[in-house]
Design a protein around this ligand. Sequence first.
Ligand SMILES: COc1cccc(CN2CCc3cc(OS(N)(=O)=O)c(OC)cc3C2)c1
Ligand SMILES: [Zn+2]
Length: 260
Amino acid sequence: CSRKNTRNAALHPLWQSPLTIPGGTRQSPINIQWRDSVYDPFLKPLKISYDPTTCLHIWNNGYSFLVEFDDSTDRSTIVGGPLENQYRLKQFHFHWGAINDWGSEHTVDCKFYPAELHLVHWNAVEYPSFEEAVMEGNGLAVIGVFLKLGARHEGLQTLVDALPAVRHKDTVIEFDVFDPSCLIPSCPDYWTYAGSLTTPPLTESVTWIIKKKPIEVDEDQLEAFRTLLFTSHGEEERRMVDNFRPLQPLMNRTVRSSFR
Ligand SMILES: COc1cccc(CN2CCc3cc(OS(N)(=O)=O)c(OC)cc3C2)c1
Ligand SMILES: [Zn+2]
């Protein structure tokens, strides 16, 4: 899959870290070749239970904007799907492009979407903290949802309205009620594979659950993402766009589907 006239990823600010982890065998993101994915009838439906009052704040961490949650209890969790344990919601964030032709991290049959949502969860059954779970093969579970250009997304708009307050890196605002399940398609179909974080520390600790159906957002909402900055107050402004990692080799992995 070639990202037409891609910026030189090696020079991209997001990739001071190595493009590929030396010795990495399960790096993310990947292209999902639909016909190579294997239907697994033993995959369960994913059970999502989020408590909107566990929402804490939105912050710009210089890679994306993150909506973080209180993960001190099991009030916002996922279970089932490919997962052996219950995982707690820690944060969600997005990746997007400078233009609508690309922006997603994963691709489906080499098709890029203009943006991709990641909901990051950690295995609080087996590990005492997110920091520990980040280092373990079954430590994290990330739900990926593709965004496509279409109708305005009312649920997303409350997030979009808050973005001007986190325009610069290391700015944060309180955001105390939000239910991220409004950003997840009702269609239960997903692909799943063993992968990694796509931003530092790039650890191979993620069970990826990629929803087959995208959600629709409108042009103004995508443009609002592109008004954010990689840079802090006082620095020369660099627009936060193209904050995605290049595709990584599939190597010895199979992508399973929950649907025929
Ligand atoms: C041990 O390393 C860490 C411990 C605690 C928190 C963090 C920072 N955290 C890691 C997971 C993660 C993962 C992120 O993206 S992704 N695509 O899910 O890998 C991300 O995107 C902006 C940000 C973060 C931030 C790192
Ligand atoms: Zn991500």
